[in-house]
Design a protein around this ligand. Structure first.
Ligand code: PLP
Length: 453
């Protein structure tokens, strides 16, 4: 997982050690986790949870307790837990061949690349498979900087693009960017966060105009950047997004200098936002991005990430490049089965319908709660922004308390929102039913009333 969303449960400098014969179950496991894994690999909850199995939109912990899952392992269980079609594809492929390397033809990889190229809307698209969103964005940065012969990158404030050396340096969130050393020179642009910052009080049109003016001004001061990288809806940043059309307006300005647009669809792709298959389509005024990156949901838990780009961009590297585990047969088989299920069951439409119900239900529930500033989102990507009652100040302690209270009620949530982590994040599998949405909303309402009422 990206720890990108986690709540530190471990005191710094914990000295717990693994004791042979430690009792089975989560208490013993927590001590072993703390003894052997990095301190920065944070866990949710005061009493961290071990999930042992799942089905549909539910998971069970090691003590046998059942939870409704509104976070899907950070938007990665995209269709459903233990989806039979994916499980069968994995076991079937695993029984034949797990891996052959990119040195040999790989039928499921070619098939998935063909499907994704068609779905991307990018003309003459090429697809390169990686094992994670980080590696996908790292590849996109390599392509853009090589194609444009520039190491300057524009990125959004409050963004998250991964954990590698290149991706932390385009991540505009100090809580997730442990070093500023970088081969890139990154310039941060306004616009990713609608509800905070100097332009928050403007209406949508004025907000967009101010951000475009800021971008144009910035471009007047620097050499020619390679690309702008942006999440259409910021994930770790708390499910916040600019007004529709902002990135199309940015694109017109960027195009004047040939600056590329990289859409990081790691959280927003595959219909998650309901209205669109890709998040960038809310900004489609001037056509698809030059480069799209994806990961998380497409493999439903198998490690599938990738980059889509026009052939002239993808083919600009003049040296070999492989990802040993990118596109292995077993991960491709899982992704193909998962994509089939998603499209055959119109889960994008379900995200729009059920997400719309859930958004309205939560807005009604939160109306008048002084600790809730905003309920925002689209599709099954909903953020609830918590503040100290009567102020605009972030309330990370309230977000952590709501997470705990919801868990007690049998509901798993996420949180995020920049370094202050004061937004709840709701992103269940896209097959969520209306009844499950209501069940989760009722538990969340109770938790919010307890903490933020
Ligand atoms: C928008 C976005 N980009 C990139 C990443 C990195 O993906 P991964 O954790 O698979 O490396 C994440 C992970 O949370 C993400 O949310």
């Amino acid at each position: 997982m990206t720890a990108a969303d986690a709540n530190t449960a471990r005191p710094a400098g914990s000295t717990a050690t693994a004791v042979p014969g430690t009792p089975a179950g989560s208490p013993g496991l927590l001590a072993r986790h703390r003894a052997v894994l990095p301190d920065w690999l944070a866990l949710y909850y005061d009493d961290p949870l071990e999930i042992t199995h799942g089905e549909g939109r539910h998971v069970w912990d090691a003590a046998g307790r059942k939870y409704l899952d509104f976070f899907g392992g950070i938007l990665t269980t995209m269709t459903a837990h233990a989806l039979p079609a994916v499980a069968e594809a994995v076991t079937g492929q695993a029984g034949r061949l797990l891996h052959s390397s990119t040195l040999y033809l790989n039928r499921p990889m070619v098939e998935l690349a063909e499907r994704i190229a068609r779905l991307s809307g990018i003309p003459d698209a090429r697809v390169f498979f990686t094992t994670s969103g980080t590696e996908a964005n790292d590849t996109a940065l390599l392509l853009a900087t090589t194609h444009r012969r520039s190491n300057q990158i524009l990125a959004m404030r409050n963004s998250y693009h991964g954990r590698s050396f290149s991706t932390v340096s385009v991540t505009g969130n100090r809580g997730w960017s442990p070093t500023s050393l970088s081969p890139l020179q990154t310039l941060y642009v306004h616009g990713g966060v609608r509800h905070r910052g100097p332009y928050a009080d403007l209406d949508d049109a004025a907000f967009t105009a101010a951000c475009v003016a800021d971008l144009r001004d910035l471009l007047g001061h620097v050499r020619s950047p390679a690309a702008l990288i942006a999440e259409p809806v910021q994930g770790v940043g708390g499910f916040t997004s600019p007004p529709d059309g902002l990135y199309a307006a940015f694109r017109e300005v960027l195009a004047e200098q040939g600056v590329l647009w990289i859409a990081d669809e790691v959280q927003t792709g595959w219909g998650r936002t309901g209205d669109h298959f890709w998040g960038w389509q809310a900004h489609a005024g001037s056509g698809p991005p030059d480069i799209v990156t994806f990961a998380k949901g497409i493999g439903n838990g198998m490690s599938v990430g990738g980059v889509i780009a026009r052939a002239e961009i993808m083919n600009c590297l003049d040296a070999n490049s492989i990802s040993t585990f990118g596109g292995t047969q077993v991960t491709m088989a899982a992704a193909l089965a998962n994509l089939d299920h998603l499209l055959e069951h119109d889960l994008q439409g379900n995200a729009r319908r059920v997400g719309g119900l859930l958004l309205k239900r939560l807005r009604d529930a939160c109306a008048g709660l002084p600790g809730v500033k905003e309920v925002r989102g689209r599709g099954l990507m909903i953020g609830v922004e918590l503040v100290r009652p009567g102020t605009h100040l972030a309330a990370p302690e309230a977000a952590a308390a709501v997470l705990e209270a919801a868990r007690e009620g049998g509901l798993l949530l996420g949180k995020g929102g920049g370094h202050d982590t004061s937004a709840l994040r709701i992103a269940p599998p896209l097959s969520l039913t209306a009844a499950e949405a209501e069940e989760g909303a009722a538990i969340l309402e109770q938790a919010l009333r307890r903490v933020a009422g």
